[in-house]
Unconditional design. Structure first.
Length: 150
């Protein structure tokens, strides 16, 4: 069984936390993952800015940042659980991007969680081919979970 935890480290009430968990659980099943652990942490712009500055040497906020805990399929410390890593999402950026892209906050925050999830699995979008693969997987999960653009 996969373990998806979602933590809200902001002062905002976020009704979509359960939806994030449900969609990521679906994505894990779709990818045939077993016994993986993922944490999603919702933070504000100041917090994600510091993460981006300290760990990526980029002095600005971002919408989502991931920290992978493994680079292969091996278990850690003899446990049968594979900790994939952490996904940090800026609630401030998610709210603004929902407005900018003219869709719901729910769609945006779940999109960012799924995007981060695929980064933890090693997918990237540094070139056109990789982008098509990663974004295709993201869109399939969102569509199958009926998380549509409004």
């Amino acid at each position: 069984m996969n373990k998806i935890e979602v933590f809200n480290q902001t002062n905002h009430d976020i009704a979509e936390l359960k939806d994030i968990k449900t969609v990521l659980e679906y994505a894990g099943k779709k990818e045939k993952l077993k016994n993986v652990e993922v944490n999603v942490i919702i933070v504000d712009n100041n917090y994600i800015h510091e993460l981006n500055k300290n760990y990526r040497d980029i002095d600005r906020e971002t919408d989502v940042i991931t920290f992978a805990l493994e680079d292969d399929n091996q278990v850690i410390n003899g446990s049968d659980v594979r900790p994939l890593g952490d996904i940090y999402i800026s609630i401030d950026r998610a709210k603004q991007q929902a407005i900018d892209y003219n869709h719901s906050f729910k769609r945006e925050i779940i999109f960012l969680a799924v995007h981060g999830f695929y980064h933890l699995l090693g997918y990237d979008h540094m070139n056109k081919e990789d982008e098509e693969i990663m974004f295709g997987k993201q869109e399939a999960v969102l569509n199958e979970c009926e998380i549509k653009r409004d």
